[in-house]
Design a protein around this ligand. Structure first.
Ligand SMILES: Nc1ncnc2c1ncn2[C@@H]1O[C@H](COP(=O)(O)OP(=O)(O)O)[C@@H](O)[C@H]1O
Ligand SMILES: [Mg+2]
Length: 478
């Protein structure tokens, strides 16, 4: 049985049991108080006595429905009524036009008047005192065929125990219904609090979501399955919100990608177009000029080619379509080889490379050598490109922490303006100074970041405007 089912069964049972218990306890108290304080005995005999009288009176009343009123004059009816009542110490008086036409016992005209008067004024009450003695009274009104009024007065003498029993029964009935209604109200209220309210909240949250409002938080409340439902709903909302956010980010990224590519590719291609036109139109009118134009066209084409290479590599890494080929590698030897490869090109630009190894001994890392080589080349390529000193220096330092090897590549170039620093690893981001002076795709550091993160590492930068830049990255030790 689920918790919700248990809750419903419990509530329903309690709605029946609680009023019953309260009524029983109240009844016991009532009997006790009547006995000790008012000296009356509420016994099963007195209750039986009372029910007999009530039953007999009821039967007489229902008899009168079936026949016309002339039966009141019937001697047989009068006789049988009299004998039935005598067994329970009760009497009947039959009146026509306020005159007694039959009576099982003599009553004074004052008593009869009092009885008729009682019927007119005491609605719901049925105990009358005649000469200080209590009677249960019932008056049945009839009309004869000649339109004269007829009445049957039924009177049963009772003692104070029967009176108390009578009050007791009324008390029990009233107590039971009052507590029944009260417990019903209380349990319905708590039921609606724990089940209906959360469901109504969920309903309103669902309609908010259907209107596209995903900011409406669903509070976990209620019991059992309802609480779980709220939790799942909230999880669904968060997932939905996240996916909408990711979708929006993707859309924005795609738009930015398209506009950046078009812009960055257009610049070299426009100049290629210009130089080709110059040759075709004969503006380049000497072989030297033509050669110069062709060389420019070639360098621009190389630029476009490398931009497209960067773009392809970046999108492959982005789509995780570039499987890493991890190998155990000695980190110092790896960097020596990288430097040997790039040194001639750097020497041409008058840049010296220094390798500072602070590792206490040979350290091995599991890396994709080709990809980390790309990271190093991208960083050093920037150092060369943004070098503004006569004698350029690139210093590569290898050091370690407990869990990582940290590689720092430091140059003494132009440095990065403070405002650009947080963005240099974003794709297509290029500082304004770089954009206006040097060709590039703005993807070099974005690619480096993708590769380092693919190795579960981190990449960051430290730079001072016009003094130099350090790009650092960490690689996890195996
Ligand atoms: N060593 C550096 N010195 C000065 N600026 C740098 C350096 N490295 C990166 N930057 C800045 O970071 C930007 C992003 O670099 P990158 O992603 O390699 O793009 P690109 O080299 O194509 O401009 C560069 O445009 C430049 O402004
Ligand atoms: Mg670059």
């Amino acid at each position: 049985m689920s918790r919700l089912q248990k809750h419903i069964v419990f509530t329903n049972t309690a709605i029946m049991i609680v009023p019953l218990l309260i009524t029983i306890i109240a009844s016991c108290l009532y009997i006790f108080i009547s006995y000790t304080i008012f000296d009356t005995n509420i016994t099963s005999d007195s209750i039986k006595n009372l029910t007999n009288i009530e039953y007999e009176f009821f039967k007489t009343d229902s008899n009168s429905f079936q026949k016309n009123s002339e039966f009141l004059l019937d001697k047989d009816f009068q006789q049988s009524l009299g004998s039935r009542l005598s067994s329970m110490n009760a009497n009947a008086i039959i009146l026509k036009n306020n005159n007694v036409i039959f009576s099982t016992k003599d009553y004074s005209p004052e008593d009869i008047d009092k009885c008729l008067d009682f019927a007119k004024h005491s609605f719901m009450k049925s105990t009358i005192y005649l000469n200080g003695t209590p009677f249960i009274i019932k008056i049945i009104n009839e009309t004869f065929s000649d339109n004269s009024p007829g009445n049957i007065i039924l009177l049963a003498q009772i003692d104070k125990d029967v009176v108390a029993s009578r009050n007791f029964i009324i008390f029990v009935i009233v107590t039971f219904f009052a507590t029944f209604i009260l417990t019903n109200l209380i349990f319905t209220y708590s039921f609606s609090n724990s089940i209906l309210k959360p469901i109504l909240r969920l309903k309103s949250a669902a309609s908010e979501i259907s209107c596209g409002n995903l900011a409406h938080e669903v509070i976990e409340e209620g019991q059992g399955e309802i609480r779980e439902l709220c939790r799942s709903f909230e999880q669904m909302r968060l997932k939905l919100k996240e996916s909408v956010y990711t979708q929006a980010k993707y859309d924005e990224n795609r738009k930015m990608l398209v506009s950046s590519i078009s812009h960055d590719l257009k610049t070299p291609i426009t100049s290629i177009k210009g130089y080709v036109e110059g040759i075709l139109d004969g503006v380049a009118n000497s072989p030297e000029k033509v050669e110069k134009y062709l060389k420019t066209i070639y360098s621009k084409a190389v630029q476009v080619d490398s931009m497209i290479d960067d773009l392809l590599l970046h999108s492959k890494l982005d789509l995780k379509q570039m499987p890493f080929n991890f190998e155990q590698s000695d980190i110092y030897t790896f960097f020596r080889h990288c430097i040997e490869e790039i040194e001639p090109e750097m020497e041409k630009a008058n840049i010296k490379i220094e390798l500072k190894n602070l590792l206490p001994e040979h350290r091995f890392l599991v890396i994709d050598r080709a990809q980390i080589r790309r990271v190093v080349l991208n960083i050093m390529d920037n150092s060369k490109k943004y070098m503004n000193k006569e004698n350029g220096i690139i210093e590569i330092t290898l050091r370690e922490t407990d869990s990582t090897i940290i590689v720092e590549i430091k140059d003494n170039g132009s440095g990065i303006p403070k405002g650009d620093m947080p963005h240099i690893f974003d794709k297509f981001y290029r500082a304004d100074t770089a954009r206006s002076t040097k060709a590039g795709s703005g993807l070099g550091l974005a690619i480096a970041k993708q590769i380092v993160e693919g190795h579960s590492g981190k990449i960051w930068c430290i730079s001072k405007d016009n003094e130099g830049t350090s790009i650092l990255f960490s690689l996890k030790k195996a």
